[in-house]
Structures are given as C-alpha cells and as structure tokens.
Design a protein around this ligand. Sequence first.
Ligand SMILES: Nc1nc2c(ncn2[C@@H]2O[C@H](COP(=O)(O)OP(=O)(O)O)[C@@H](O)[C@H]2O)c(=O)[nH]1
Ligand SMILES: [Mg+2]
Length: 224
Amino acid sequence: MIETVALIPAFDERRTIGDVVRQVSPFVAKVIVIDDGSRDGTGQLARAAGADVVQHATNQGKGAALRSGLRRALDGPYSHVLILDGDMQHVPAEAGRLLQVAQASGVDLVVGERSFDRRTMPASRYYANRVGSSALSRLIGMDIRDTQSGFRVFRADLLRRMALRATGYEVETEMLVKAGRLGARVVGVPVSAVYGTAVSKLRPVRDTTRTCLLAVYYRFIERL
Ligand SMILES: Nc1nc2c(ncn2[C@@H]2O[C@H](COP(=O)(O)OP(=O)(O)O)[C@@H](O)[C@H]2O)c(=O)[nH]1
Ligand SMILES: [Mg+2]
C-alpha cells in the first residue's frame, strides 16, 4: 500500500480551497495547504476543512510555497506526494486514478495530463502548452504531453533526491528537468481540465519566458 500526503499551494483561493481539501481528503493520509500570504482567509478555510496549513507571512510564489510544503511533507512517513492546485482546475477525485497508477506501476512520477482542445481553449494557451510541452519533453528526454500540469504524484524518495530552487511557476518545469536528470520513470494519465471561473495569476509572456530560460539552466548549467 502507498501512503500519500497531498500538497496544495494556494494564494487567495477562498472560493475553492475548502472544497479542494474536502474532496481530495478521502484519497490521502494527510492534506497540507501552503497559504502563501493570502489576504482572503484561505488559510483558515483550509484548516476548517481539515488540512494542516503551512503559513507564509508574505506572498513568495508557487515554487517557494511548494518547497515549504515539501519540507514538511518529506519529514513524514509518506511513500508518495500528490500535488494539486487550490483553484479547482483539477478534479480532486481524479487523484484516485493517479494514485492507482502510481501504486500499480511503481513509477517515480505520474503526471495528470490535460488533453488540449483547440476549440475550447484560448489560442495562446493552446499553442503555449503544445509547443512548450513538446520542446520541454525533448529537452529532458521524457515523453510528457502536458509539462505544465500541476497535478502530479511523486515517489517521496525521488523528491528527497531533488534540490529545488524555483520560486514561481517555473517549479513545474524544474521538477521535471530534475526528475529526468535523476533517471525517473514517468507515466502520464489523462485528467480533466476545468477552465470554469478560475482566474490565473500567471502572466503569460513574463512567466513563460522565465520558465523557458530556467529550463535550459536547470538542464545544462546547474549541477545537482
Ligand atoms: N503558494 C502560491 N500559490 C500560488 C501562487 N500563485 C498561484 N498559486 C497557486 O498555484 C495554483 C495555480 O495557479 P494559477 O494562477 O491558477 O495558475 P494556472 O492555473 O497554471 O494558470 C493555484 O492553486 C494557486 O493558488 C503564489 O504566488 N503562491
Ligand atoms: Mg489556475
């Protein structure tokens, strides 16, 4: 049996955080929400829904939040770490499938892959995701169709071997590049993409450029 802790980075997600925590709880042994300096009561709502909360006094970014959460999570007796967003863009109950695959296959990393549909997505997001995922897959030598997905299951031992530095959204990329360098075995599992009413805090040009540059840095320049 695998024993899983869920990590949810959240910045001002008052509308959704309670439901995300409650809906993912049946699948994991513990839920940790990293409240990254929210001003809207996200931390209290997460606690009320049953999560442990790691509190940042100020907003430090998704990468910084995940690293804080990992320090807490990797102290515990867990074999796997599930990561998902706090804005309900992932369907929490689909964690069950990701975890089943992690258990049955024994791989180091399961990536929840959204299927990209040109008809229902804004053009910029569609091309950024398609082109970005195929370029990054080639760079790291793993075939991943959705490299920017934040819905993933890692073996805790893989994360323990990874020195992460990202502060912002480039953390998703950094984790894949470093997993590739560590020789991780990865599989993708289809998941739903919910575009509902969530408002992204990602700034497309700035954050995408930063991620591309840092991907090259993590792959070729930085030594583990
Ligand atoms: N901790 C933390 N989480 C963040 C920050 N920015 C975004 N997030 C969380 O990361 C997840 C994805 O962010 P979002 O802005 O929706 O990005 P997108 O869905 O990739 O466009 C959500 O759960 C956010 O609350 C941040 O500065 N700090
Ligand atoms: Mg989002």
